[in-house]
Design a protein around this ligand. Structure first.
Ligand SMILES: [Zn+2]
Length: 247
């Protein structure tokens, strides 16, 4: 991947060459990203950017608004870590006699220890990874608890639940294997939103699609599911440990 500036639109974008047939343009909070077949000329790419410029500029404008909802974590003492309905304080201590970072959660507080020679990038990388690991472990326990309550209502029980990294989905379901995957990021949301994702995936054990019957099943358990879904649409971007590694 490499970065380019397109003078005509005064636009920064990145290009990633891939084994594929078509050029695709993506706009998200990190900016404009192009994926293109190997050996596509810059001129060809920039002609397309020009052609799509009104769509790109509109999207970038929307992203500016979205970005205002996002805060970036430094992983230093005084920050708060969201989990379900609460924010828990983080305390980070530098130590000279340790080789790697560690994290524990006790008395409603995250306590981290890092080697005193860590750079800020090393601190952010290590603590972000440790927190994600904590979200996955703690999240699995709490989701199991919610399942005890929600499964009888739906009359379906998954054979296995995994809390893991999912780039674009909040949850997924394999109706044949009866397994459910939940994105760890959803655990930063209030419990009503987590319940919506769990019910959504459990309902897929009845209907492996988004048919009217599927939504009727969801609605029979959560009559206000539409509000929960639109909360997620608006706030979903904030449910992450956003980190800036540059500057
Ligand atoms: Zn679905």
């Amino acid at each position: 991947m490499f970065a380019k500036h397109f003078d005509k639109l005064n636009l920064d974008y990145s290009i990633e060459y891939k084994t594929k047939k078509n050029i695709a343009i993506y706009v998200d909070i990190n900016g404009v990203r192009v994926t293109a077949p190997h050996r596509t000329s810059i001129k060809h790419i920039e002609d397309l950017l020009l052609k799509k410029s009104s769509w790109i500029l509109k999207k970038l404008h929307q992203m500016d608004e979205t970005k205002q909802l996002v805060t970036y974590k430094e992983f230093t003492t005084g920050e708060e870590i969201p989990y379900l309905d609460n924010n828990y304080p983080l305390v980070v201590t530098s130590k000279s006699n340790i080789k790697k970072a560690s994290l524990s959660f006790q008395n409603s507080c995250f306590t981290a220890e890092i080697p005193d020679n860590y750079s800020s990038t090393e601190r952010k990388t290590a603590l972000k990874q440790l927190l994600i690991k904590w979200y996955k472990t703690q999240g699995k326990n709490d989701i199991q608890e919610r399942l005890k309550y929600l499964c009888p209502k739906l009359g379906k029980h998954p054979s296995k639940v995994t809390v893991k990294e999912q780039k674009t989905l909040w949850g997924s379901c394999n109706p044949i294997r009866k397994t459910i995957n939940i994105n760890w990021r959803i655990l930063m949301a209030p419990i009503e939103i987590v319940d919506y994702i769990i019910v959504h995936e459990l309902a897929h054990l009845h209907h492996p699609n988004h048919s009217p019957e599927f939504w009727r099943t969801v609605s029979s358990i959560l009559p206000d599911y539409k509000e929960r879904r639109s909360w997620l649409k608006k706030h979903g971007i904030t449910l992450d440990l956003h980190t800036k590694f540059k500057n």
